[in-house]
Design a protein around this ligand. Structure first.
Ligand SMILES: O=P(O)(O)OC[C@H]1O[C@H](OP(=O)(O)OP(=O)(O)O)[C@H](O)[C@@H]1O
Ligand SMILES: O=c1cc[nH]c(=O)[nH]1
Ligand SMILES: [Mg+2]
Length: 218
């Protein structure tokens, strides 16, 4: 399985990740969401380089130009709710793509543990298409695995790009060991070493869903 960690290279991308993590910037939810969106835009550009391209002619007012354009059909998929700003960023660039949404969230129990609740998927057929499955946080990897399996009920994809912004090493290893290697690629912004006792990524950024959209009950 090919794994990219974009934050290992020096670029403006690292500024967006740093602001997403920064407790002094997180008090501005608009900026938090916009930074996730900007990261999504950069991922879209990087993932676009892996697609198949074909020449197409474009009529200009003065003649005909040849453009090499992506020919793959793309489905942008994300996990509610923290995935929404990242989804928007991907869709800003893959503006002709189809879209899918999966609800998968941590349902906490009284013993302090949680299980992943799945309630909803809205997706087109993914047969032969390139699926970009996005969630900003890849902690244990359980939500992503569940979302991946839910997507597979909608067809057989040509390729699946798993996109996270902040991942844990455990989450990356889990995906690597549980998803097929040959047509899956993982894209992380950064990979942190630790999960705490509540399975939050450390140093991570905190709860991405709450930072983007506010605290929720339950
Ligand atoms: O890798 P995992 O251990 O499964 O954890 C990661 C998941 O947890 C968060 O969602 P959360 O349940 O907080 O829902 P939210 O997006 O509604 O906040 C996050 O957005 C991921 O979906
Ligand atoms: O660190 C984490 C883990 C799961 N979900 C988050 O939002 N943050
Ligand atoms: Mg959350």
């Amino acid at each position: 399985m090919v794994i990219h960690t974009l934050g290992e290279n020096n670029s403006l991308f690292n500024r967006f990740i740093a602001e997403i993590r920064d407790v002094n910037v997180q008090n501005d939810p608009l900026r938090f969401r916009r930074n996730l969106e900007r990261v999504g835009e950069i991922y879209a550009y990087e993932i676009s380089k892996t697609l198949d391209f074909a020449d197409q002619s474009v009529e200009t007012p003065l003649g005909t130009a040849i453009a090499s354009l992506p020919k793959d059909e793309v489905v942008v998929a994300s996990i509610l709710r923290a995935g929404l700003p990242l989804h928007n960023g991907l869709l800003n660039y893959f503006d002709r793509s189809e879209n899918a949404f999966i609800s998968a969230y941590r349902k906490h129990t009284e013993d302090g543990k949680f299980k992943i609740n799945f309630e909803y998927i809205s997706s087109p057929s993914i047969d032969g298409k390139v699926v970009i499955l996005a969630d900003p946080m890849l902690a244990t990897g359980s939500s992503m695995e569940l979302a991946y399996k839910a997507m597979l009920t909608k067809g057989t994809p040509k390729h699946v790009h798993i996109v996270s912004v902040i991942a844990s090493q455990e989450g990356v290893d889990f995906i690597k060991n549980n998803l097929p290697a040959e047509n899956t690629t993982i894209w992380n912004g950064v990979v942190d070493a630790e999960l705490n006792t509540k399975s939050y990524i450390v140093p991570g950024c905190g709860d991405a869903g709450d930072l983007a959209f506010g605290a929720k009950l339950g």
